[in-house]
Design a protein around this ligand. Structure first.
Ligand SMILES: [Zn+2]
Length: 475
């Protein structure tokens, strides 16, 4: 099966049946080649040959006649062309002389933007809590592949996965077997006993008090339980061994937690600092799940760099985050959408409490020019994940269209870059500039004037390019 065939099917048939057809054919091809290699080499890690063409030397793609939103500036660059060489942006300009054989797409005056980035996603979490704990592990992998393709088709060419195990899914996407966004992952989240990651029953003893070596949440790669500095260090090193791009820690109560209402501050300063320092030694950073002033201030002082959620923090904490150069990784849709099935009354109430905090948080962020990330945190249901594009329009209550688009592109790109040498995709994303990675969407219309266009990606995204490869073209 050639890559062209895969791309044609993605473009022409975005239906569930179409994807399954493509996926199962790819799986058969991959399996056949994979077993062959495995037997021949007697090596488990030899990657099978992905179903794609040999890359052509210096493949050139020119997208001409477009207005460019470069991810940084509020104004469009009118009547431009963007030349892509292999997987990088080679040139942006008005006039080009291109060699024979250059693929040319006439953008017809559409808006060209950097591909969008979801800075807070959980690709592994596609079903409710009971199903998550009880379904076979490879079922989660299969759904993650399905959702990865949907995410890319919504124009999101990168996802920062802030909790869960999608290492195999990431590898299969990166190797070209399946369509999907770039995945920048934390792997398992470090969580304390009775903290956000703890979905064990009260009858389960923690490990160090004679409990089982590991439980479902650990086996599924969702949480590493760690209490005390030595265990936090061990957990931090374990996620780095898995290939984490950054370390994620639960430092406060959660909407969906079992034992920890939102007011709880989880972990001592020393424990959080142990994780932040370990991240620093790996030249990356610590991201923390947090809602309140107390939990957030501890994390900021301990050295955390991205503060996830933050709905209940007050002005002094927003100012401190800005002063220390931290990013506030906010979400709206997950709080404003209906509670997922199976939520207890207490969880529904906490969701409301978090939703009520949004206005204060985002108003303060705007007032103090905090760097706000663009993330979804939609989870536990594939239907809910379809709401990802509404994150653009939800934010218009607090931000201008240009600010929102910058959050989803260049600001999120800055967050990805915090991983430094641990970023699995060296290169710049979230911007249209010479030398940046060629992740691009072409929009029917001008989202700076009308951002609601982005709520319907099927109709309004005419072209999706990731890493220089075309995944959708309906021009
Ligand atoms: Zn989350």
């Amino acid at each position: 099966m050639s890559n062209d065939k895969t791309q044609t099917e993605i473009t022409a048939d975005n239906s569930r049946r179409g994807f399954l057809k493509t996926a199962s054919a790819a799986a058969v091809a991959a399996g056949a080649v994979g077993f062959g290699l495995g037997l021949a080499n007697n090596a488990h890690a030899a990657s099978p040959t992905p179903p794609k063409e040999e890359p052509k030397k210096h493949k050139l793609l020119l997208i001409k006649n477009v207005n460019v939103f470069d991810g940084v500036n509020d104004k469009l660059l009118m009547g431009m062309g963007v030349l892509i060489k292999d997987n990088l942006i080679e040139e942006i300009g008005k006039k080009f002389t291109v060699p024979k054989g250059t693929e040319i797409i006439d953008g017809g005056g559409r808006t060209l933007s950097p591909g969008f980035i979801d800075i807070h996603a959980h690709l592994q979490l596609n079903v409710g809590p009971y199903e998550f704990l009880s379904a076979p592990m490879d079922y989660h992998g299969a759904l993650a592949l399905w959702e990865a393709k949907n995410t890319l088709m919504r124009g999101f060419t990168s996802m920062r996965d802030v909790g869960g195990s999608v290492w195999g899914v990431k590898r299969a996407i990166d190797e070209g077997f399946f369509p999907g966004p770039r995945l920048i992952c934390s792997g398992s989240v470090i969580g304390m006993t009775a903290g956000h990651g703890d979905y064990r029953t009260v009858n389960t003893f923690p490990r160090q008090l004679g409990g089982p070596a590991e439980t479902e949440m650990e086996r599924l790669g969702m949480t590493y339980f760690a209490d005390g500095v030595p265990e936090v260090l061990s957990a931090s090193r374990t996620v780095m061994r898995e290939g984490a791009a950054f370390i994620k820690m639960f430092v406060g109560g959660a909407v969906s937690g079992v034992y920890d209402p939102l007011d709880v501050a989880e972990y001592s300063f020393e424990e959080v600092k142990a994780a932040a320092d370990e991240a620093d030694r790996w030249n990356t950073y610590l991201a923390v799940h947090t809602y309140t002033d107390k939990a957030t201030m501890t994390a900021i002082e301990a050295g955390a760099k991205t503060l996830e959620h933050c709905n209940l923090i007050t002005e002094k904490t927003v100012k401190e985050a800005v002063k220390r150069g931290c990013y506030i990784s906010a979400q709206t849709g997950v709080y404003l959408s209906p509670p997922p099935e199976g939520f207890t009354p207490a969880q529904v109430q906490r969701q409301q409490e978090a939703a009520d905090g949004l206005d204060n948080l985002l108003t303060l962020c705007r007032k103090h020019k905090a760097k706000v990330g663009f993330g979804s945190d939609l989870l536990a249901s594939l239907e809910l994940k379809e709401l990802l594009p509404t994150e653009f329009t939800n934010r218009t209550e607090w931000f201008s269209n240009a600010e929102i688009l910058k959050q989803a592109t260049s600001i999120n790109g800055e967050i990805i870059a915090l991983s430094g040498p641990r970023n699995p995709y060296p290169g710049k994303i979230g911007v249209i500039e010479k030398g940046a990675l060629a992740d691009i969407v072409l929009i029917n219309g001008d989202p700076l004037k009308d951002i609601t266009l982005l709520e319907d990606p099927n109709k309004n995204l005419a072209l999706i390019v990731k890493d220089g490869k075309i995944y959708k073209n309906i021009i």
